[in-house]
Design a protein around this ligand. Structure first.
Ligand SMILES: [Zn+2]
Length: 292
């Protein structure tokens, strides 16, 4: 069992690392890939992983939404492009300094959804943010090629629109067709793109969304992804499983790596395959993508 996408540095996970690792190992857990999202959490992520080097692997990346978070949402409205470019330079320095400890680049990708919800971000600013996100994604793909590391990709679309995933796929083809590998984490986009994602050799990460009554579209995606391309993840502390959501005795509801067991039980039913088979194939997928 593995968790291919989580943020162990975030509350409440970071406050309970030994307990969380224990829970995971006692359910047969082997590997966790914890992901950074900005220039601040790189060190926290590395420090947590260093405590359990045989279990916790590290992905370092710049999440697409950090560019609005570090600029417009903080009141910075001038020279945004230059500021973000310097932010990317700083990321690359930190990334390269720690390269020996890195197994993947992530969380990276594009997100045209988050800023579209924010009334305070004007149309022209949204367009500028899109360009900045694309530049950042291209620069992280360049790192992926330089160091032969897989990408953990976040590609989130505005409801019923397809621009984000389309741009992610276009950029992957332009920058590195056949040269880059990785996973589309928590893919909830249009099912029509699945063929392209698989043709590019990418894996697809499934989390607790498949345990929710509302997760029918993602269960449909899961049905169409071959076992050899499936990864599991929690995206913890976000996305608690359905059993945690329903349990009124649990006050603080969050996702942790041990929850992958519940996610896999649902996946085994959807794929009509035994837990043993599902676990052995997908653990091998994790090793092939991130550890070899
Ligand atoms: Zn994430």
């Amino acid at each position: 069992m593995h968790d291919s996408h989580i943020h162990l540095n975030l509350d409440p996970l970071c406050r309970n690392i030994p307990e969380i690792i224990n829970n995971f190992v006692s359910k047969g857990g082997k590997h966790i890939l914890t992901q950074s999202t900005d220039n601040i959490d790189i060190q926290e992520t590395l420090d947590i992983a260093a405590r359990y080097p045989d279990i916790i692997d590290v992905a370092l990346g710049l999440h697409p939404t950090i560019f609005e978070e570090t600029t417009i949402l903080k009141g910075r409205t001038k020279n945004i492009y230059e500021f973000c470019n310097r932010y990317m330079d700083e990321f690359e320095k930190k990334f390269e300094k720690n390269i020996s400890k890195v197994k993947a680049i992530g969380e990276t990708g594009l997100d045209y959804y988050q800023f579209s919800l924010n009334q305070s971000i004007e149309r022209a600013q949204q367009e500028e943010l899109q360009e900045i996100q694309k530049l950042s994604f291209r620069r992280q793909i360049a790192l992926s090629k330089k160091y032969n590391l897989p990408l953990s990709i976040h590609a989130r679309d505005i409801q019923r629109r397809k621009d984000t995933v389309r741009d992610v796929l276009r950029i992957l083809v332009e920058e590195g067709k056949g040269e880059v590998k990785g996973s589309f984490h928590s893919y909830t986009g249009d099912i029509s793109f699945l063929e392209d994602i698989l043709a590019l050799g990418f894996y697809v990460g499934f989390n607790a969304i498949i345990t929710y009554p509302s997760g029918e579209n993602v269960r449909e995606i899961l049905k169409q992804v071959p076992l050899e391309r499936i990864l599991f993840e929690t995206d913890g502390p976000f996305l608690p499983t359905q059993s945690v959501r329903k349990n009124s005795n649990i006050k603080e509801k969050f996702a942790q790596p041990a929850d992958v067991r519940e996610i896999m039980e649902v996946a085994a039913k959807v794929k009509d395959v035994s837990m043993e088979k599902l676990e052995s194939v997908t653990d091998e997928n994790y090793k092939t993508l991130f550890l070899i």
